[in-house]
Write a protein that binds this ligand. Structure first.
Ligand SMILES: Cc1cc2nc3c(=O)[nH]c(=O)nc-3n(C[C@H](O)[C@H](O)[C@H](O)COP(=O)(O)O)c2cc1C
Length: 307
């Protein structure tokens, strides 16, 4: 088995962690990765605290191995942290902005490990100052929300050097064993893999979305700010479908109009039907119907390696 400092510390058999992915990184994927000897991560970004508790219990019914909960900081409330503490989750990770100090100190005091995904050397240093246990470094190649300042190949070793001995986890463009070896050789202690796992059976993604990742080449993704009445104009790496081809070169013309006649489809969130407005950043799951050429399909350049 391939061991690193991180696998030993967290009791993993392989230095492989599934990326936190809202909507698609649900209990089946989390448990599959953890049961395979890595660490699965629940994409909890938009899940309310009560829903989170149910998902954590579902994970626990499928695996006894360690797993992580991933939050987008600006959508995280103290009640989410309460649930993580009450349910004694092993790892909590944050993305985008630094979490309030109280979140980190409460989690760490209870023995929960805290990770932060970062996009630059500066953010990595800030995360370490906040007291996190490990830093996930996201390169520009990565799928999903992405404001990275460098590629995985350049940013990971720069952060490794800057924050040693704090462990670094590499994210972005890692889609097969060669990528894992490359990341470890850059000094990472593990990999954090998203795109490759969207196209897995256990991911809660619509088949059309999975197929579009399988069909894509490395140049079929682009970073754009067109998506997101739900979280406006944040940069995301996505597959170039019709809506991206039409709008990504004129991002400043994008106006979010929630009117029903602009709806691109429908999905279910928390069991309730929800109409998807044009430019919606809600990802297509098996519950989604509508025009997939108009939907947000996050994927990184590693899509070109997914068969
Ligand atoms: C479908 C999808 C959804 C994502 N959702 C989130 C999220 O909710 N929270 C988060 O921290 N990162 C999210 N990300 C980014 C990942 O954490 C990670 O940086 C990225 O997947 C790694 O690069 P890769 O896609 O090339 O493997 C998402 C990525 C994808 C592909």
């Amino acid at each position: 088995m391939l061991q690193t400092r991180l696998t030993r510390e967290y009791g993993l058999e392989v230095p492989f962690i599934s990326a936190g992915m809202a909507f698609v990184g649900m209990p089946a994927l989390v448990a599959a990765v953890s049961n395979a000897g890595g660490m699965g991560t629940l994409g909890a970004a938009l899940v309310p605290p009560d829903g989170l508790r149910g998902l954590i219990r579902m994970i626990r019914s499928m695996t006894t191995r360690p797993f992580a909960i991933s939050f987008i900081t600006q959508f995280t409330e103290a009640a989410h942290i309460d649930v993580c503490l009450e349910e004694q989750v092993p790892v909590v990770s944050f993305f985008w902005n630094n979490p309030p100090e109280a979140f980190i100190s409460r989690l760490r005091a209870a023995g929960v490990k805290v990770w932060m995904q970062v996009s630059s050397l500066k953010e990595a240093r800030e995360a370490v100052r906040c007291g996190v246990d490990a830093v996930i470094v996201q390169g520009k190649e990565a799928g999903g929300h992405n404001r990275s300042t460098g590629t995985t190949l350049t940013l990971v070793p720069a952060v490794v050097d800057a924050i040693a001995p704090v462990p670094v986890i590499a994210a972005g463009g890692i889609a097969d064993g060669r990528g894992v070896v490359a990341a470890l050789s850059l000094g990472a202690e593990a990999v954090w893999v998203g795109t490759r796992l969207v196209a897995s059976q256990e991911a809660y993604a619509h088949d059309e979305y999975k197929q579009s990742i399988v069909a894509a080449t490395a140049s079929d993704t682009v970073n754009t700010t067109i998506f997101g009445p739900e979280w406006p104009h944040q940069p995301m790496r996505v597959i170039r479908n019709r809506v991206v081809n039409v709008w990504s070169k004129r991002e400043s013309d994008v106006v979010y109009t929630p009117e029903a006649d602009e709806s691109i489809g429908q999905t279910y969130l928390g069991g309730q039907p929800v109409a998807l407005p044009k430019f919606s950043a809600i990802l297509p799951t098996p519950d989604t119907t509508g025009d997939f050429e108009e939907m947000c399909l996050p994927a990184g350049e590693g899509a070109g390696l997914v068969k």
